[in-house]
Each structure stands twice: as structure tokens, then as C-alpha cells.
Design a protein around this ligand. Sequence first.
Ligand code: ZN
Length: 307
Amino acid sequence: MKLNNKQENEVNKICCPKCKSKSFIKWTKRKTENRGLIQRYKCKECNKTFTHDDGFFRMRNHPNKITLCLDLFYRGVSTRKVQEHLQAFYPHNSSNKTIYKWVVKYSEMIGEFTDKIKVSGGSEVQLDEMEYHRREEHKKQGVSKDWFIDSIDVKTRYMVSSKYFKSRGQDELKEVMAKVKYKTEGYITTITTDGYTAYGKVIKQTWGYNNKIGKYNISHNKKIASKGEGFNIYVERMHNSIRERTVTFRGFHGRIESAQAIMKGYEIFYNFIRKHQAINCCPYELATDIKLENPNKWLELIGMSKN
Ligand SMILES: [Zn+2]
């Protein structure tokens, strides 16, 4: 059988899970209720039979249905409304809790992949924080005041690094900053923040002092709104987009890890899925080497995360 390019690429990614051999033959096909026929392979080295995990291993629902829910959710439709939509169009219904679980699972999966992508952007990154309220798992614990710390590459509008935290102390800022440094190595010369005092020390520590030139390796551009210096316009605009979308979340509830995953998913949506008005494309197209060909970009990103 002659394979086309796309099929060939698919096969090239597969290897035996036991001995990692790439020498295998097509074996049987297993019929699944919701995902059609799944190809089994047999390893020629160790005789193990296996299927290829495309990210939807052991899921009872079709990848299209799952990614459709992710897409609607990040476009601002609540899980309850997504559930009502499913009820009308799919015979096998899903609860809004299941949809919430899918959002968390696949945001984490794609996030592990996108967190490693290097960014070739401009010379300035803006960093800021937004406050969020989260209802704790047990009602008695009340409401936790959390923070989303994020950063944007001014030239490409790519959200470089972000994370949802319980507070915004030095450790939290350090974590986001370290990722900015890792991803933008060799590109940025300036970090812009507001007047929050914790930034200065963390920025200096992260980039370090250069003895040769007798200066810090990065310049810290501190904008203090109260002094009439204006706002950090790019990061502020991004916050407006985030608020617009996350208003339907109606505040977070439950575990901090779920809120973290959901905001990671928003970062993915912002960089890879949603067309940015100002640049007329998605930020990833300007900032990274990633090429996405499938119109269902969620599906393609999930596939990439599993390889
Ligand atoms: Zn094997």
C-alpha cells in the first residue's frame, strides 16, 4: 500500500511502547463505539501488540466532539450551554462536569507541549497580574483571592508565559519570569512592568549582572500609572480580552489546579486558536516555528503534544 505524505508522517511517529522499535506490522483493527476503527500494530522485535496513542486513548467520545467542546468553551460559551448544545445534536449526551474535565485534561496536555516552545519575538516583553476570585472546594473555606500573572511579547502579541497562582509574591513572579527568559533567550532586552515593587529584584536575579559591560543583562522599564506615564498598553489590551472571555467562567470554583489548567487553556486559545485583530493572524504564526494545517487546531495541537 502506498501511503500519502500525511499518513507516512503519522506512521513515522509510532514506535513500540515496550522496546521503542520502529519495526512493526499492521495487526488487527478494533471497532470502538464512538471512535470508529482503531488500528493495532504488532512489534517485529518483541511481538507486543499495541495501538498508537493520539491523545484520545481510552476516551469514550469522538475527538471531534471533545475538541468542539474545548473550542466553544474558550470562545465564551459556558459548560452548561455547551452541554445543552450536545444534548440536541449528539445522541450520547455528556454532562457539564465531563466537559469541564475535558477542558482541564486537554489544556494540561497541550500546555506541557507549548511551555517548551521557544519564541522568536521582539526586544520587549510586558508583564502584569490580574486578580481573580475562586470559591474553595468546601464552602466553609470561602473565597480565595488569586492572581493570574502573564506576559506578552510586544512585537508578535504572543503570550510568552503565564500562570494562575494563589498569591503574587517573589516565588510566583520568579516562576513566570524564568519561563520568559527560557523562551525568549537572545531576543529581549527590556521587561516592562507596573510599579509593583517585587518586580525589580526578581528581574535582576533572573537575568543577572554582566561584569563585562558593568550593567544588568536586561533593562527594567517601570511604568507608574499614577505619575501619568500611561499604561502598558499591550498587556492591558490582552487583559481586556481575557476578561471578556473569562467572565463566563463566573469565577473559578474548586481546586487551584483546575483553575491553573483552565487559564493555561486560555493561553493556548489566545496564542494558537483566536485570530488577533491587530496582527490579523494568530500570535504563534509570528512568534514560533509551529505550523498548523488542520482547521481543527485543537486536534492538531493534541496530536503534537503526544509525540
Ligand atoms: Zn517491541
